[in-house]
Design a protein around this ligand. Structure first.
Ligand SMILES: Cc1ncc(COP(=O)(O)O)c(C=O)c1O
Length: 421
């Protein structure tokens, strides 16, 4: 039998991370926010950090660059140590995930692809921007894009799905998500990375849905290249600056396709032709967004302080609770689990499939003060952000969802899709 609300409250009382909730701005305590996997909440410390950054701008003006110039690598080092399992000097905070993916994919193709390697690979269920970047590169360079379906869509890409595509030796580059944006399936990063290397192919991993919620061990898994965003579980704010990772031993052999002055060896010797600087900084292009970087720094600090293993432990307990309540309350109402049942294979969100998912999502937001998001064609996606999601939030959100669908309230809404889902 599923837990009662008192059981959920008891879990909150024992939760070692419970006090982190106070570190976030919660403007409306009645609102159950289960969309931190899309846009994280505002950490209270970010306001102070941004105010300080603005004061620096006000008082120091252009001389502030003496300190600001190191921010992309300084924040990168904090991410590397606290979140990504990487070494200092391997992570750079810059640009968007999309742009970083383009930069690393082009850099790897330029450096590594052999003349027979004319193909790029990703899975059909990968996040759209990842597929679009590869489509664009394939068209620009006259390469083939091979899209594959995972045999079990709930589990995402497995070695057995990918290996047949690599056997002809034509694949240069693969792009995979560590955690799938719709189902939440966790990919076996080490096994897939090893597979690619056996066939002389290179993977760029997209960590957007894992970093900050699921342990990422880039060095341990032998990962060469990765990108990800910071506005989800790392709480850097809307449009927060993204990051890229390049294993140290690869850096000197790779060049970004965007040759800008911030990646130049002697940036202020203006007359020189382009020559990339040593280290991860060579993947910079133009002037870094200092206010945005300050927000990333503050967001990453809260996550690092809580510790990724403690965050993961709570996330697993909360997605388990969600699934238990789904089985008891929602399955009889026509819902189906759209995420892996095995916690080890599941990230920090749960997809609940229903033929009327779009209207149910709207009704949750408009009538029940629960914020999920809709992911087509038929998923209500519920995200757990353990730093501020309580067990009672999960219980109450599932209870409100059950009541709303039992009463058929969603059927009173218009089925027209909004621009943002
Ligand atoms: C897996 C994945 N990659 C990339 C992005 C977004 O990339 P960008 O920050 O460039 O918009 C998202 C956004 O949700 C995502 O889920």
């Amino acid at each position: 039998m599923a837990l009662t609300r008192d059981d959920a409250l008891a879990l909150d009382a024992r939760d070692p991370l419970a006090s982190f909730r106070e570190r976030f701005v919660i403007a409306d305590p009645e609102l159950l926010y289960l969309d931190g996997n899309s846009l994280g909440r505002l950490p209270a410390g970010t306001r102070e950090r941004l105010n300080a950054a603005m004061d620096e701008w006000g008082s120091e003006l252009v001389t502030g660059w003496h300190d600001w110039i190191d921010l992309p690598t300084r924040v990168g080092d904090a991410l590397a140590a606290g979140v990504l399992g990487a070494r200092p000097g391997e992570v750079l905070v810059a640009d968007s995930t999309t742009v970083n993916l383009y930069k690393l994919a082009c850099a790897a193709l330029d450096a590594y692809s052999l003349s027979a390697q004319r193909a790029l690979v990703t899975d059909t269920d990968n996040f759209p921007t990842d597929r679009y970047v590869l489509e664009g590169i394939a068209q620009q360079r006259g390469l083939q894009l091979r899209l594959f379906d995972s045999a079990d869509p709930l589990l995402g890409p497995q070695v057995s799905d990918l290996e047949p595509l690599l056997q002809d030796g034509a694949v240069a580059l693969i792009v995979l998500s560590h955690v799938n944006y719709r189902s939440g399936a966790v990919a076996d990063m080490k096994a897939l990375t090893d597979l690619a290397r056996r066939y002389d192919a290179h993977i760029v991993w997209d960590l957007s849905h894992s970093a900050g919620a699921v342990p990422v061990r880039l060095r341990e898994c032998g990962v060469e290249l990765a990108v990800g965003c910071t506005y989800k579980y790392l709480n850097s704010g809307p449009g927060g600056t993204a990051y890229l990772y390049v294993a140290e031993e690869l850096q000197s052999g790779l060049r970004t396709p965007v040759w800008g002055w911030f990646g130049q060896a002697q940036q202020f010797e203006m007359e020189r032709p382009y020559e990339p600087m040593e280290g991860i900084g060579r993947f910079l292009a133009g002037t870094p967004p200092i206010l945005g970087l300050a927000a990333v720094e503050a967001g990453v600090a809260v996550t690092a302080e809580a510790g990724i293993d403690a965050i993961r432990e709570k996330s697993v307990a909360q997605t388990e609770l969600m699934i238990a309540l789904h089985d008891e309350w929602l399955a009889p109402l026509g819902f189906e689990l759209g995420s892996p049942r095995d916690a080890a294979r599941r990230g920090s969100h749960v997809a609940l499939r229903h033929e009327d998912a779009w209207r149910i999502c709207r009704a949750l937001i408009e009538r029940a003060k629960v914020v999920p998001d809709f992911r087509g064609p038929d998923s209500v996606r519920l995200g757990i952000a353990p730093l501020y999601t309580s067990f009672a939030d999960v219980w109450d959100a599932m209870d409100r969802l059950r009541g709303l669908v039992e009463r058929g309230e969603h059927r009173e809404l218009d089925a027209t899709r909004a621009r943002v889902t």
